[in-house]
Write a protein that binds this ligand. Structure first.
Ligand code: GLU
Length: 423
């Protein structure tokens, strides 16, 4: 563990954790150590400086990254994160996880991730636009529909994607729809993309419920994070009749053992910009929220929220990883020993990149699908990946995480071997 490099919300270096996970997968699935050695490194990474004219007349220089982990199965794919704690090693870990996620879902993509060290909550719209356009122009030769395709992640949204799309297109002299996904509908986005990550998580929960001979409305759910993933998951799962007893955003959470009024929470967040002060609910901290009694705990915010420090106090019997990397490997062991079922990130939050794939295909064909079509195709892919993971878990007598990562790494390893090492 190199704490010196670990950003403030992370106690352990995420890239070291991702590499340790990969080594473990190599052992469990008897994958050639030479290949594991190749897959342990990121293919390419750029670090760029992003000078931005601020509204007060000063110039701030931000630092940005774009990392491609692997392209054996196709162009690299992955979001761009705007957050004050971003580090290069975090971006590398997230890029590696994207490779596994795309392979597990059977998408013709490799993995990538980008990040800019900034606090988008404290930037004006103009500052955010100038930062995004300059960042895009700094990485313009590294991205493209056949090369590397960004998307939203923590701190970025459709607006940011529209600026990336426009900056890239203006430089090419024509609209290039396939350069970025998660775009607004007016500029070639896909129906269903905004809520796709949450919808994929819900399909995964439904598939798991079937295995447990239960219905979704029999579960009590706690959701950490009320951004794109958490808020939509709360809405969708509430719509399925599940009892959502607690939700939180970065400032803290709200809890009612009888059930949160989810539509009221969504409206309150929309109006007040926070969940604080929601009626008929008591305030809890994000740390307390993780330990609340419930059946399903869905961490949908950042990495490393369930660690060796609190894993033994988690009451949930199922953890649905809406975020990337919310459970550390040490916590994984504790949870596994306690019989807690972890639906891993590369499976549970893959709905976003699956519909990103649909958006990319629609953009390349300039032919757009109905929302029901998008959702039905997402359902098929999510359920297939769940069933394959479940079967592998049973065959190997291992965890869902190991099964998912194992399937994914084997697919990437196979593509690498079939192509052969160049030159
Ligand atoms: N940032 C999302 C993820 O972590 C979406 C990536 C994408 O759509 O390319 O999966």
């Amino acid at each position: 563990m190199t704490t010196a490099e670990a950003p403030s919300h992370l106690r352990e270096n995420p890239f070291e954790l991702a590499k340790a996970q990969l080594r473990r997968v190599g052992e469990v699935f008897a994958i050639d150590p030479n290949l594991i050695g190749v897959l342990s490194q990121c293919k390419k990474g750029v670090e760029v400086s992003i000078p931005v004219s601020m509204d007060d007349g000063s110039i701030n220089v931000f630092l940005g990254y774009r990392v491609t982990h692997n392209i054996a199965r196709g162009p690299s794919k992955g979001g761009i994160r705007y957050h004050p704690d971003v580090t290069q090693d975090e971006v590398k870990a997230l890029a590696m996880w994207m490779t596994w996620k795309c392979a597990l879902m059977g998408l013709p993509f490799g993995g990538a991730k980008g990040g800019v060290i900034c606090d988008p909550k404290h930037l004006s719209r103009g500052e955010l636009e100038r930062l995004t356009r300059r960042y895009t122009s700094e990485i313009i030769n590294d991205i493209g529909p056949e090369r590397d395709i960004p998307a939203p992640d923590v701190g970025t949204d459709g607006r940011v994607m529209a600026w990336i799309f426009d900056t890239y297109s203006m430089n090419k002299g024509h609209s290039v729809l396939g350069v970025v996904t998660g775009k607004p509908l007016s500029v070639g986005g896909s129906l269903g993309r905004v809520e796709a990550t949450a919808r994929g998580a819900m399909y995964t929960i439904q598939a798991m419920a079937q295995k447990q001979d239960k219905r979704v409305d029999e579960y009590t759910v706690v959701i950490q994070g009320f951004g794109n993933v958490g808020a939509h998951l709360a809405r969708l799962i509430h719509g399925q009749g599940a009892k959502v007893v607690a939700v939180s955003d970065s400032r803290g959470g709200v809890y009612n053992p009888k059930g949160i009024d989810v539509p009221a929470a969504l409206a309150h967040k929309q109006e007040a910009g926070t969940l604080e002060g929601l009626a008929n609910a008591e305030a809890v901290t994000n740390e307390e929220l993780v330990e609340l009694p419930c059946e399903i705990l869905a961490p949908c915010a950042l990495e490393q929220v369930i660690t060796e420090r609190n894993a033994d106090r988690v009451k949930a019997s199922v953890i649905c990883e809406g975020a990337n990397g919310p459970v550390t490997p040490t916590a994984d062991h504790v949870l596994e020993d306690r019989g807690v079922l972890v639906l891993p990130d590369v499976l549970a939050n893959a709905g976003g990149v699956v519909v990103s794939y649909f958006e990319w295909v629609q953009g390349l064909q300039e032919y757009f699908w109905r929302e029901e079509e998008v959702n039905a195709k997402l359902h098929d892919i999510s359920v297939r990946a769940f069933e394959e993971t479940w079967l592998t878990r049973e065959r190997q007598a291992t965890s869902m995480r190991m099964a998912a990562y194992g399937l994914a790494v084997q697919r990437v390893a196979e593509a690498t071997t079939t192509r052969g090492l160049y030159p």
